[in-house]
Design a protein around this ligand. Structure first.
Ligand code: GLN
Length: 192
C-alpha cells in the first residue's frame, strides 16, 4: 500500500485529493490519498502533492510545521502544481521559503497580469490536455538533470527531475487524471 499525501496548508487541496483518488481508482492499485497538515503526516506519506495557492504562504507554513524538513530529509517524491512548482524551485524572482528540490529558476506570474487566467491546449507526455493557468509561473532556467516535459510558446511549463515533477498549470481543475496517474507510477518506482 502506498500513501499519497496532499499538502493541506492552503490552496486548492480538495481538488487534488479528489483527482488523486480518481487516479488511484482508475489504476486499480493498493494506494490511498490523505491530507497532510503536520510533519508526522508528511513522514508517514510516501509522496507529497503540493497544490496551487499562494506559494509564499504555503512555504512559510511548511517551515513552521516542520513539513519542509521532513520532505527534504526523507527525500519524499513531490509533485507541485502552480504554487507547488514555485516551491520546488531552487530560486525565484522573489524572496520566499523554497524546497529547492528541482534545479531550476522560476518566474512567478510569468504570463502577465493581463492574462491572469487562461486555458490553452498543451502537449505533455504524449497526450494533449487542457491546461488551466491561473497567475501561472514559468521555468526560466534548468540544470543538467532536469527534463523539460512541456512548453507553451517559448515558456517552460512542466519539468521533472528524479522523482519530483512540477507543472505550471492546474491538472486538478480539469478532467484528465493522466498526470496524476503518471506521478503515482513514478512514486511506485521511486519508493521500491
Ligand atoms: N502566483 C501564485 C504564487 O506565487 C501561484 C498561482 C497559483 O497557484 N494559481 O503562489
Amino acid at each position: 500500500m502506498i500513501r499519497i499525501g496532499i499538502l493541506d496548508l492552503q490552496g486548492d487541496v480538495s481538488e487534488h485529493l479528489e483527482m488523486t483518488r480518481k487516479a488511484i481508482e482508475r489504476m486499480g492499485i493498493d494506494a490511498e490519498a490523505v491530507r497532510v497538515g503536520t510533519a508526522s503526516e508528511a513522514s508517514s506519506s510516501d509522496a507529497i502533492i503540493i497544490s496551487g495557492g499562494e506559494s509564499t504562504v504555503i512555504g512559510k507554513l511548511m517551515e513552521e510545521t516542520g513539513i519542509k524538513d521532513v520532505i527534504i530529509r526523507e527525500k519524499k517524491p513531490v509533485m507541485g502544481t502552480c504554487a507547488g512548482l514555485i516551491l520546488l524551485a531552487r530560486e525565484t524572482d522573489y524572496q520566499q521559503p523554497l524546497l529547492g528540490l528541482i534545479d531550476m529558476k522560476v518566474k512567478r506570474i510569468a504570463f502577465g497580469r493581463q492574462r491572469d487566467s487562461f486555458e490553452e491546449k498543451i502537449e505533455i507526455l504524449g497526450r494533449e490536455i487542457r491546461g488551466i493557468f491561473i497567475r501561472a509561473p514559468a521555468v526560466t532556467e534548468t540544470g543538467e538533470g532536469v527534463e523539460v516535459l512541456s512548453r507553451l510558446n517559448d515558456k517552460i511549463i512542466a519539468v521533472k527531475e528524479g522523482c519530483n515533477m512540477a507543472l505550471a498549470f492546474h491538472p486538478e481543475l480539469g478532467e484528465d487524471t493522466g498526470l496524476h496517474e503518471y506521478f503515482i507510477k513514478e512514486v511506485l518506482n521511486c519508493v521500491e
